[in-house]
Structures are given as structure tokens and as C-alpha cells.
Design a protein around this ligand. Structure first.
Ligand code: SAM
Length: 337
């Protein structure tokens, strides 16, 4: 008896035996916030319109990625909801055979209005970035107002059944680290997963990063001071967070510790920038161009071949250090955070 195995659907394995099943797709480098740890107040030099991949082009790259074993796609940016009719892209990606999970990272400002169309198009879950629960502080950190809109976006996502809802909070000493308990308390009554993230160094934030960095060990110690925490398994997802919960809580607290406990040995992802470069590690300048071959007429199979070959240059780990830029990246928005 002969058994047919579809080898094109075997996951890509990189040079360090890690299966790569997750692609983060940046749909724009632009953002409607200017978070102090991320982007300069005046913004950055934005990409030109014709440099940015169209939805059709993103769809073709996702099809090629699915043929190499990628199963999960996260849309990010910049702020992805700035891109017109994002639900059209969600529907296109959700329809690609092999793609099982389409998720979104957003600052939530534009979420409330778009949630119904996104959910109907096949979005499964959403991660919201929120660094403070205080309106005046929101404006100081994000350099734009809008906390009320973000909170409405969170409620709309929960109501639309986009579960689990994860909140990403970048912790900064002297800025929002006195809100750890307030964020953690949200997880007691609601099925919300709050993830505290160590602020990471990029070219634009080195001074702030060095001064404001709080390690995840310190974060967990401070959260545990308000109630005993037990390690728990995480909700659905592909991420690097370690989770803990208060007894009986409906949600959990997670920490993402790229500096203090790197998780590179579990890395399962690659990134596609808004201008069509495949980025092998967020912190390292290992990338290659997919837009050129795509616009030059490459077939899905040829694109899949390029994706597979990229495994040769995926680095084993990043080399983040406090206050030091480890790549040319100026801000996460250039790559897709
Ligand atoms: N605009 C979307 C959002 O807010 O989620 C997606 C892009 S944003 C760059 C993705 C995430 O990266 C956000 O949670 C943001 O807080 C985080 N981020 C940006 N710069 C960071 C840095 N230097 N260190 C840690 N996290 C950072």
C-alpha cells in the first residue's frame, strides 16, 4: 500500500530545528499614536504607497507561506486598522487553505467600529496594546488622546467573541509601573489576559529603554504582592508569554521577557514587512526581499521556495542588551511589532 504525503505542507524547519508555523504580517508602517518608547513625536520617514504590498500581494505571500507549513497569521503594523477595509484582507487570508488562525494586534483606537466586519470576515482573536488605564497618562505615553475609545474597543472585541482578548502593556519605571496591580486586577473577573512586556531597545528609544526597563521577575514579584499567583497554561496563541493566575481568576497575567529570559529556542515565527521584506528575527538585520520576485511574476511555488531558503539565514537568537540597538530598526513599526 502506498501512502501519499504532501511534502509541500511539512513545516519549514530552520537551522536550529525550530518548526516555523507563524507569520506576522505588517500591513502599514504608519501609526495614529506616538508612544514614547516606540516612535518619535514627528513620526518616521513613511513608506511610499507603491512600496507597500497590496492585499492581493499579501494574499499571494500568505498562500506561499501556507504551502511551507505556516498555519497562523497575525496582522500588525504600524497600526493595521489604519489600512482601508482591513476586513477584506482578513477574509482573503482566512480563505487560504492551511491557514487556521488569523489574529490582529492593534492599539484599539479604531477597533469598535471595525469589529463586526473583522469578526464576520474570519478574524479569530485580537491583542490590544494598552499601557495605562488613566486618561491623562494615556495622552502622556501615547502622545495622543483616546483611552475611552480603546476601552470601548476592548468591550466590543469581547462582545464579538474574539477570544481570548489579550492586553499588551509595556512596563516603564516611573511612568506606568504603579499600575501593575490595576492591570492584574482586570484578570480576576474578566476573561482577559494581561501581558506585561519588558521595554526593548530600538534605535529611537535607547535612553528611555535603559532608564525605564523593569525586568519580568520584578514585575511578577510586584504583582504577587497583591495576591498569590500560580503558573498556568496560556490561552490559544503562538506567543512567548509565561502565564500566572490568581486563584479562581477568569483571566491570567503573562510576562514577555525578551531581555531577561529570552525565548529564542521556542521561536516559531518570521515577519513580513509592509514593503514585502521577509524578516527572520525582529532584532537582527537578516531579511530578504519577496516583493521583487512577486512583482516580477514569481509563482506561489517559487515564493514558497524562497521562504524555505530563508531558513538558512534565520539566526539562532537575538542579542538584546539594555540601551543598545542590536539592528538598524528605528522602531517596531518599521518591521511590524
Ligand atoms: N499598532 C499595533 C499595536 O499597538 O498593537 C501593532 C504594532 S505595535 C508596534 C505592537 C506592539 O509592540 C505594541 O504592543 C507596542 O506596545 C509594542 N512595542 C513597540 N515598541 C516597543 C518596544 N520598544 N519595546 C516593547 N514593546 C514595544
Amino acid at each position: 500500500m502506498s501512502v501519499t504525503v504532501d511534502l509541500t505542507r511539512q513545516p519549514m524547519i530552520d537551522g536550529f530545528s525550530r518548526p516555523i508555523t507563524y507569520l506576522r504580517v505588517s500591513v502599514t508602517d504608519k501609526c495614529n499614536l506616538r508612544c514614547v518608547y516606540c516612535m518619535p513625536e514627528g513620526g518616521l520617514a513613511w513608506l511610499h504607497r507603491d512600496e507597500i504590498l497590496t492585499y492581493e500581494e499579501i494574499g499571494e505571500i500568505v498562500s506561499a507561506a501556507a504551502a511551507t507549513g505556516v498555519r497562523a497569521i497575525r496582522l500588525t503594523g504600524g497600526e493595521p486598522l489604519l489600512r482601508r477595509d482591513l476586513h477584506r484582507l482578513v477574509a482573503k487570508i482566512a480563505a487560504v487553505p492551511g491557514i487556521e488562525d488569523v489574529s490582529l494586534s492593534t492599539n484599539g483606537l479604531l477597533l469598535e467600529d471595525q469589529v463586526p466586519a473583522l469578526a464576520a470576515a474570519g478574524l479569530s482573536r485580537v491583542n490590544l496594546s494598552l499601557d495605562t488605564l488613566r486618561p491623562d497618562r494615556f495622552e502622556a505615553i501615547a502622545r495622543r488622546p483616546g483611552l475611552d475609545r480603546v476601552l470601548r474597543g476592548i468591550d466590543a472585541a469581547v462582545a464579538a467573541g474574539l477570544a481570548p482578548v489579550k492586553l499588551n502593556c509595556v512596563v516603564m519605571r516611573g511612568s506606568n509601573d504603579d499600575e501593575l496591580a490595576d492591570f492584574a486586577a482586570l484578570t480576576r473577573e474578566r476573561p482577559i489576559f494581561v501581558r506585561f512586556i519588558e521595554v526593548m531597545p530600538v534605535a529611537e528609544n535607547l535612553g528611555l529603554q535603559r532608564d525605564a526597563y523593569v525586568s519580568s521577575d520584578e514585575i511578577l514579584k510586584r504583582v504577587a504582592a497583591i495576591g498569590a499567583l500560580e503558573p498556568v497554561g496560556g490561552p490559544t496563541g503562538n506567543g512567548p508569554a509565561r502565564y500566572f493566575a490568581f486563584p479562581g481568576a477568569r483571566g491570567a497575567v503573562g510576562v514577555i521577557s525578551p531581555l531577561s529570559h529570552d525565548y529564542c529556542d521556542r521561536c516559531n515565527r518570521v515577519r513580513l514587512t509592509a514593503d514585502g521584506r521577509l524578516r527572520l528575527c525582529l532584532f537582527g538585520d537578516h531579511d530578504l526581499d519577496l516583493r521583487g520576485p512577486l512583482r516580477g511574476g514569481a509563482t506561489t511555488e517559487e515564493l514558497a521556495g524562497i521562504l524555505r531558503s530563508s531558513m538558512l539565514i534565520k539566526p539562532q537568537r537575538h542579542h538584546l542588551q539594555l540601551g543598545v540597538a542590536s539592528s538598524r530598526m528605528r522602531a517596531f513599526s518599521e518591521i511590524g511589532g
